[in-house]
Design a protein around this ligand. Sequence first.
Ligand code: SF4
Length: 105
Amino acid sequence: MTAGKPIIAAVSEEWERRCRRCGRCCFEKIDYQGEIYYTQTPCNRLDPTTRLCTVYGQRHRLRPDCVPLTPQIIAAGILPADCPYVQGLGGYRPPHLFPPDEELP
Ligand code: SF4
């Protein structure tokens, strides 16, 4: 932890650093009968080249359905299995691909 930095800010930075900016969680998802499926449709705020959000600092205001990655949301199964946020989570069930057998974009 950095000396002099407020603890909340330090924890928040460490949390944000886990993201490797692959953008895969920025594809629309469908909840079908309690199971989460990824679609091939990216969020309209995702830059397809950089794979970065174009409105990151304002994403929750501009896209109210873009939810903060809290531990509760993560456990709900919206992140791909190899995302660093879900590594080591026992019993984690990642989303299904849609259509089945497709590679994640
Ligand atoms: S899938 Fe995980 S690593 Fe990739 S952008 Fe989303 S949160 Fe970050």
